[in-house]
Design a protein around this ligand. Structure first.
Ligand code: ADP
Length: 256
């Protein structure tokens, strides 16, 4: 069976094709058209696999842009997709933390990957990838450089919760000559604290997995582990977890 999972996120559109034992992956910026991003992913996956479009048995779409590309395939929620992928990769995981571009989520699952409970922060950018992108910009860095640039031994607490105020606070700190590496460690701590509070509301059971694009940031990984006081498992291709889950749901035809 040849299935495609698409995760059309607020920042990045990710695609996974499961072709018997092989997994192909593609990622493009979502840009202004979720539909175009979805089409581009399908083309790239077909090229990578050498398959034709009419050979694809099923396409399952998740992410914030899934509504915009209704018709391209069946839709599934991100929560269900992350749960499905993590259950496949790490059956011992009972709690999933997913931090993406515009929201963060905590999902509790049972051994079968069924969702028992979840919490979501999608009203405010604090504690999301967007917050880190805005701060990286204020610091003259790319978001991918934050993790390697931080210095947790010089941590500078960031007091503002709101993204707009935190950006002003950072500009003020930089003007006073405060260490950039310490500010970045403080930003990671702020995201870690906020997300850890959400984890405690939902509760930890079993092992804890960390998924989504922000799991690529080793500084947030460090801070979240410290705040939670437990080890986090990060899937190798953490940003593709939702797309993988969508493809797996397509393979088992186990949609909502
Ligand atoms: P969405 O599904 O909403 O598009 P993703 O799960 O793709 O979100 O995550 C996007 C976020 O991941 C970005 O806002 C950024 O903070 C973070 N990110 C992406 N690439 C990297 C990287 N190479 N290093 C660190 N953080 C990254």
């Amino acid at each position: 069976m040849l299935v495609v999972g698409l995760d059309i996120g607020s920042v990045a559109a990710k695609g996974v094709m499961l072709d018997k034992g092989t997994m192909h992956r593609a990622m493009v910026p979502t840009g202004w058209s979720p539909r175009d991003a979805g089409e581009q992913l399908i083309s790239e996956l077909l090229e990578l696999s050498g398959r034709e479009r009419d050979q694809v048995d099923d396409i399952v779409v998740t992410g914030y842009g899934r509504i915009a590309i209704a018709g391209a395939g069946q839709a599934a929620t991100e929560i269900k997709c992350h749960a499905r992928a993590v259950a496949e990769l790490y059956p011992s995981v009972g709690t999933i933390v997913d931090i993406g571009g515009q929201d963060s989520k905590v999902i509790r699952v049972n051994e079968q990957g069924r969702v028992i409970d979840f919490a979501m922060n999608d009203k405010c950018a604090a504690g999301t990838g967007r917050f880190l992108q805005v701060m990286a910009n204020a610091l003259g860095l790319d978001v991918s450089e934050l993790g390697e640039t931080e210095d947790p031994d010089k941590i500078v607490s960031i007091n503002s919760m709101c993204t707009v105020f935190a950006e002003s606070e950072i500009i003020g700190l930089l003007a006073r000559g405060t260490s950039k590496a310490g500010i970045i460690a403080g930003l990671h701590q702020s995201v870690g604290r906020r997300v850890a509070a959400m984890v405690r509301r939902i509760g930890i059971s079993g092992e804890v997995a960390f998924t989504g694009g922000v799991a690529r940031n080793p500084g947030v990984f460090r801070a979240l582990q410290e705040e939670l006081g437990c080890r986090l498992i990060i899937p190798e291709e953490c940003q593709f977890t939702g797309a993988l889950g969508a493809a797996l749901l397509g393979r088992s035809s186990n949609l909502i």
